[in-house]
Design a binder for this molecule. Structure first.
Ligand code: NAP
Length: 235
C-alpha cells in the first residue's frame, strides 16, 4: 500500500513506534525512524525492516527540525515519541516537566510544520496522543494529560493550515497498550482494566493498523480529528 512512499517515524525504536515502523516497512514504504536512548534496539529494527535509524532527541527542537528536513520530502510523518512523568505534582522536578512538554508537545508541533513545508498533496501527519487527552481518572499524571490534550488543538489548528494543500493531520489516542512504558503485567493492570469494556491491554500492532489506515488512500477526507483506540477506557 505504501510502495514508493517516504515515511518518517519520530520515536520508532521500541513499543508502538516500532510496530508502526514494521507496518510501513512491510507495506513497502521507505522508512526512517528516530531514537534517543535505545541504540541497540534501533539498529536491530533497522536491520530487520530495511529501514534507517537516526539518533535524534525529540526534546531538542533544532535537531528534530533538522531530521525532518533531511528526511524530506515526506509523504507521511508519524510523531510517536512521548513519555509520562508520574507522581505528586507538588514534588515533581520542573525541569523534568518542561522536558516532557518539549518531547510531547513542542516536537509534534515543530516536526509537523517542518514536514508540511515540502509535503506533497496527499501528505499525512499522524501524532500519537492518548486517551488521557480526554480522560484522566487517576492522580499524578496532570503533565501527561495536559500534553496529550494539547495535541487535540494542534490537529484542529494545523488541519486548517494544511487542508487547502490536501495534507491531513490526525491524532491517534491509545488506551493501555502493552509496551515497556505500560506492560500488560504491570502493577496498574487491574485498575486500568476496571475502566475498560474490553479488559485487556491493546497490542502495538493494533495501533499501527489505525495509523496505516489514516496514512492510506481511504482517509483523505479525515483530518483535524482524534481517533481513540482504547477498549472503551475513555467511554
Ligand atoms: N503504552 C501505552 O499504554 C500508551 C497509551 C497511550 C499513549 N501512548 C503514547 O504512545 C507513544 C509510544 O508509547 P510506548 O508505550 O510505545 O512507549 P515506550 O515503550 O516507552 O517507547 C517510547 C518510544 O519513543 C521513543 N522516545 C521517547 N522519548 C524520546 C525522545 N526524547 N527522543 C526520541 N525518541 C524518544 C523511545 O526511543 P528510545 O528508547 O530510543 O529513547 C521509544 O522508541 C507515546 O507518545 C505515549 O505517550 C502509549
Amino acid at each position: 500500500m505504501f510502495q514508493g512512499k517516504s515515511v518518517l517515524v519520530l520515536g520508532g525504536s521500541r513499543g508502538i513506534g516500532a510496530a508502526i515502523v514494521r507496518r510501513f516497512a512491510k507495506d513497502g514504504a521507505a522508512v526512517t525512524f528516530t531514537y534517543a536512548g535505545s541504540r541497540e534496539a534501533a539498529e536491530r529494527l533497522a536491520d530487520e525492516t530495511g529501514s534507517k535509524a537516526v539518533r535524534t532527541d525529540s526534546a531538542d527542537r533544532d535537531a528534530v527540525i533538522a531530521t525532518v528536513r533531511e528526511s524530506g520530502p515526506l509523504d507521511v510523518l508519524v510523531v510517536n515519541s512521548g513519555f509520562a512523568v508520574f507522581g505528586d505534582a507538588l514534588e515533581q522536578d520542573p525541569d523534568e516537566i518542561d522536558r516532557l512538554f518539549r518531547v510531547n508537545v513542542h516536537a509534534p508541533y515543530h516536526a509537523s510544520v517542518e514536514a508540511a513545508r515540502r509535503m506533497p498533496e496527499g501528505g499525512r501527519i499522524i501524532v500519537i496522543g492518548s486517551v488521557n487527552g480526554d480522560r484522566m481518572p487517576v492522580p499524578g499524571m496532570a503533565s501527561y494529560a495536559l500534553s496529550k490534550s494539547a495535541l487535540q488543538g494542534l490537529a484542529r489548528g494545523l488541519a486548517r493550515d494544511f487542508g487547502p494543500r490536501g495534507i491531513t493531520i490526525n491524532i491517534v489516542q491509545p488506551g493501555p497498550i502493552d509496551t515497556d512504558a505500560n506492560p500488560a503485567d504491570g502493577p496498574m493492570r487491574e485498575l486500568m482494566h476496571s475502566f475498560m469494556a474490553i479488559k485487556r491491554h491493546g497490542r502495538p500492532e493494533e495501533v499501527a493498523g489505525m495509523v496505516a489506515w489514516l496514512a492510506g488512500p481511504e482517509a483523505g477526507f479525515v483530518t483535524g480529528a482524534m481517533h481513540t483506540i482504547d477498549g472503551a477506557f475513555g467511554a
